[in-house]
Design a protein. Structure first.
Length: 272
């Protein structure tokens, strides 16, 4: 009989990158983590020994707990969270099973330092269009769900980055930016080690739209039109970012699940 307190790799992998994905908590011991310092998408590290002190932070969330093999540590932490009234499961087979399935993993060393609230902080130019929505979407869905994004005048990005300990992106002469013909979204996928067929397909659309090479892929023109229209609907960049997340969510789902689907009218009609 299937366990009611575990989730399989296959089940969890279908949720990775989605807006309603569960909160992922990595409780591997330091020795296991250092042996493979990668993380499941959007997961955070916690010390299993101090679960009573941090359990309440996840009140109201659905949580999946990951340890090395899905045994005592993750099952114990998940049980403690359930005791606190939190919907929690452990990952069947743990980190080892996830890695063996070649499911997406994030290179932990590429994640910038976090602030005192555990968040990464990023800064870029105001009035985002394509890349400056794509990158926050990727970070929030696959790296740090609580990431902070600051949008400021282009000339002030370096100084704001320095004064507020923020990571600059999508401007000239910084690490997180365009490289050759590839855009910042490509750079982040590469540096974070986030390889998947769906993300690669989405990256091609973003690259074509962001670099005015709309002939690269059929979806690029519509994607650019949606992005430019969105930028004219909002004066507030953060409101635009929140609205833009839905566009990227929908394109990601199309890239993952719907590329072979077509639509005809009338329904069931046969071609002449």
């Amino acid at each position: 009989m299937p366990s009611t307190t575990e989730i399989t790799v296959q089940q969890l992998s279908r949720l990775a990158g989605l807006p309603d994905a569960p909160v992922l908590v990595d409780v591997r011991v330091e020795e296991d983590y250092q042996a493979d310092p990668r993380l499941l998408p959007a997961s955070s590290r916690r010390d299993f020994r101090t679960v009573p002190t941090w359990a309440a932070e996840f009140t109201g969330s659905r949580v999946v707990v990951i340890c090395q093999k899905g045994q005592k540590l993750s099952q114990g932490v998940a049980a403690w969270l359930r005791h606190e009234g939190i919907a929690a499961e452990s990952l069947e087979g743990g980190f080892e099973a996830w890695a063996a399935a070649k499911a997406p993993l994030v290179t932990a060393g590429a994640i910038p330092p976090r602030d005192d609230k555990g968040r990464t902080v990023w800064v870029t130019r105001a009035r985002p269009k394509v890349d400056r929505i794509a990158c926050p979407w990727l970070i929030r869905r696959f790296v740090d769900p609580n990431a902070v994004f600051l949008f400021v005048d282009a000339a002030e990005v370096p100084a704001v980055a320095d004064r507020f300990a923020a990571v600059p992106f999508d401007i000239d002469n910084v690490f997180w930016s365009h490289r050759g013909e590839r855009c910042t979204f490509d750079t982040m996928i590469e540096e974070f080690g986030l390889r998947s067929e769906a993300l690669d397909r989405l990256a091609l659309i973003v690259r074509a739209a962001d670099t005015a090479r709309l002939d690269m892929v059929p979806q690029a023109a519509g994607f650019l039109a949606a992005s430019l229209g969105l930028s004219r609907m909002f004066r507030d960049d953060l409101e635009q970012l929140e609205a833009g997340m839905l566009i990227y969510d929908s394109f990601f789902r199309w890239c993952r699940d719907a590329t072979e689907e077509t639509h005809n009218w009338p329904s069931g009609s046969k071609p002449l």
